[in-house]
Design a protein around this ligand. Sequence first.
Ligand SMILES: Nc1nc2c(ncn2[C@@H]2O[C@H](COP(=O)(O)OP(=O)(O)OP(=O)(O)O)[C@@H](O)[C@H]2O)c(=O)[nH]1
Ligand SMILES: [Mg+2]
Length: 459
Amino acid sequence: MSDVIAALSTAPGIAGIGIVRVSGEGCFKVCSRVFRPGGGRSFEDLSPRRLYLGTALDAAGRPIDRCMAVRFVSPHSYTGEDAAEFHCHGSPVVLRELLSALFAAGARQARAGEFTERAFFSGRMDLTEAEAVGDLIHAASPAAARNALAQLGGALRRRLAPIEQKLLDVCSRFYAVVDYPDEDISDVQPQEIAAALDFAEAELTALIGTARSGRLIKSGLPTVLLGRPNSGKSALFNRLAGFDRAIVTDIPGTTRDTLEENVLAGETLLRLVDTAGLRVSGDAVERLGVARSERAAEEAELALVLIDAAAEPTDEDLRALRLAAGAPKYILLRSRCDLCEKPTALRIPPECPAPLSVIRVSSKTGEGLEDLKALLSSFTEDALAHAEGQNLTDARQEDASRRALAAVRRAKDAFAAGFTPDAILTDAEEALSALGELDGRTAREEITAEIFSKFCVGK
Ligand SMILES: Nc1nc2c(ncn2[C@@H]2O[C@H](COP(=O)(O)OP(=O)(O)OP(=O)(O)O)[C@@H](O)[C@H]2O)c(=O)[nH]1
Ligand SMILES: [Mg+2]
């Protein structure tokens, strides 16, 4: 049995409307004390899932708002329980009074994420879907929102289900053998077991392969601007950010500390870092800045290296190029291209992999910036194209998938080596239990509590 919880579900502060949500067994009785529908009806008689105009009452029974109420009868509600919502004028005072009245009538304040937690425990959604609710609310880009919405609709759950089914098949065949040890292991149809384990291994490997793009979509791509002093990093940083974030001057060594901004380039969210220009400097502060540039380069997944199109490349340019080429991906930008007809010749050192692309850019005229944005945008478009929502989006999911894969591989090895059925069964069960943590079937309470505690109150 669940007690009645209530919370403000819209953001606190003055607004057009504010919504208070209530859920739990007996919540209609609680609501009937704080809401008087028009036409002399009682709250408990209102048709479910229809909005009714009426009067909200404070704890002393005095009218505090003309508002609308809707009730949802279990199991047809977000939480799966009896639930209701009040759509009030968005006055913090009115909303606080309404909540106080609900508390006086027997509800208690909901904890962060408690509505979604109840939806999870009542089986309305699995853990991947519940996490997607949080991801949707916190989405930092339209692509992240779309991905979370697909996950909320069960995209990841549907991808996990066949893997779990195959592992369950394997387990059930072995249960029979373990229970009746006189039977021959060949009765368990070795080809089918081998095929099921191969399938689980391949699917889990592919799933783990989505973690990087899942992270890119949800959290953004860690991207660093690299180049010698005066190559135009800060000017480009400002151009991409859309405002004058960094100081730009013609004095080499202007930027000292690293600066970070979230920047949307088409569909792709960049966690863009501007850095101190790379050069050997006698200035102690500048040397510290350069060390930070190098650290930022190591942490980045994408490096944008700027080499002045109008100047002959120097050793400092080559140093920046080498550093950028060490990142998982890099793009070569011939910067300040408005200053020359044709960029100076530049040879990529043989030890460096080729850049993803070479683009002439000017932060002054805007040349090349659309091409750059289109290329950056394509990272997310590609990641979404074949797997909207079917990706792992956080470290917890990735860790559980890796444990499941390791257990499947152990089961495969044990099977190939002709180990006893119980040894293989243990590994297959372990894989299932790791997947259970992922979708919540077997997640421990600390894990789910940790997930829901990160939600807002009222969600
Ligand atoms: N004409 C032209 N000038 C540019 C362009 N981009 C930057 N500049 C100029 O080049 C100079 C250096 O630009 P910054 O963006 O400060 O260079 P930086 O790479 O950040 O330099 P440090 O912070 O010293 O490492 C400034 O005078 C800018 O106005 C460009 O595309 N075209
Ligand atoms: Mg700078």
